[in-house]
Design a binder for this molecule. Structure first.
Ligand SMILES: Nc1ncnc2c1ncn2[C@@H]1O[C@H](COP(=O)(O)OP(=O)(O)O)[C@@H](O)[C@H]1O
Ligand SMILES: [Mg+2]
Length: 328
């Protein structure tokens, strides 16, 4: 059994037991959770909330920017949706930009797949577009926003947990190259008893661009204890690089997120925010809502550097919500 499957199986077992529910594995990674005369199914990070249409709406990044732009006081990043045949339009967008850009598939993806930051030349734009096109024929180019990446998890419009996800790094041992350190990190994180992350740390274009911006290559051998950022895209980071920030989110950012959740009609949503300071409103920092994730990964709220044992886990909160909803 893969580490993701094992992680979620154990997480749901523990969460069900904490809320006094029974749990049964019924095959194909489905688990049936029963309390009194009510039951619900889960499958890894999937729970029985939100329709397929909500998922497809939120999963469409240009549409999300468009809907966000209807909210007064919010400024979406400059962006353009294009197809490969319209590459000239994307080149024009890039040359009109005062900063580097990000290229990504327009919809139906997640986990940072096909997302490349640091686009500042025609060649990088072409390479990133070819990669993004493997995931979706519609592509987005948008301006890169400075700041940290945050994931805010909302359930029924309440903020239930927030995480700052720092970019993945490797730390030198004085002998191994960045490439080897990344391979070691991948094998450690996927084979350990308590996983540090559920995804491998892969060398790809995003990694090469990030290293290139630091005048480094995957063959560079970092000094002992030297830390090197290997990606700007945070999705492949590990628990060391994820920090709880639930109490630090500015109330105006919570209200903004609640607004887009209401517009899209999501029940469980992971809102990705990029800002230099989560304690200030986005208009004060130039921060953005990067995307709205329905069926958000729940492990981001457990694989943390600084776990608070007193906090109720998000899976318990979600189960309590589902059972309460069924009862009413
Ligand atoms: N405009 C941007 N500016 C800076 N970083 C970005 C931008 N867009 C994406 N990123 C980085 O890439 C990650 C993945 O992009 P995202 O749009 O969330 O795609 P996915 O759906 O694959 O998670 C983000 O969490 C963030 O770290
Ligand atoms: Mg994301």
């Amino acid at each position: 059994m893969g580490s993701s499957k094992r992680f979620y199986r154990d997480l749901w077992r523990e969460s069900a037991s904490r809320i006094g529910a029974k749990i049964e594995e019924i095959g194909s990674d489905f688990q049936c959770i029963t309390r009194n005369d009510l039951h619900t199914f889960v499958q890894m990070d999937k729970v029985m909330l939100d329709s397929n249409l909500t998922l497809r709406l939120a999963g469409n990044k240009p549409l999300t920017h468009q809907l966000l732009e209807t909210i007064e006081g919010y400024r979406a990043p400059r962006y353009l949706e294009f197809r490969f045949s319209q590459l000239d339009d994307a080149l024009k967008f890039l040359s009109d930009s005062t900063q580097a850009c990000v290229v990504k598939p327009a919809s139906g993806t997640g986990g940072g797949s096909g997302v490349t930051t640091g686009i500042d030349s025609k060649q990088k734009l072409i390479n990133a577009t070819i990669l993004a096109r493997k995931f979706c024929s519609n592509i987005v180019i948008e301006e890169e926003v400075k700041g940290h990446s945050y994931r805010l998890l909302f359930l029924n419009s309440d903020l239930i947990h927030a995480v700052r996800r720092d970019p993945p790094e490797v730390r030198g041992d004085g002998r191994s190259s960045i490439k080897q350190l990344m391979e070691i990190e991948t094998s450690n994180r996927l084979t350990g008893n308590t996983p540090r992350a559920l995804s491998p740390l892969l060398i790809d274009m995003e990694c090469k661009n990030t290293l290139n911006a630091q005048n480094l290559s995957p063959n560079y051998v970092p000094k002992k204890d030297e830390s090197i950022k290997v990606k700007q895209v945070v999705n492949q980071n590990c628990s060391r690089e994820s920090h709880s920030v639930t109490d630090q989110v500015h109330p105006e950012t919570i209200t903004l997120a609640q607004n887009i959740i209401r517009i899209m009609g999501c029940e469980l949503a992971g809102i990705d925010i990029i800002t230099t300071d989560i304690g200030q409103p986005l208009h004060a920092t130039g921060g953005i809502i990067g995307e709205v994730n329905t069926t958000p990964g729940l492990h981001h709220h457990y694989l943390l550097a600084d776990k608070s044992p007193h906090e109720q886990g998000v899976c318990e909160t979600i189960l309590e919500y589902i059972f309460k909803k069924k009862r009413s």
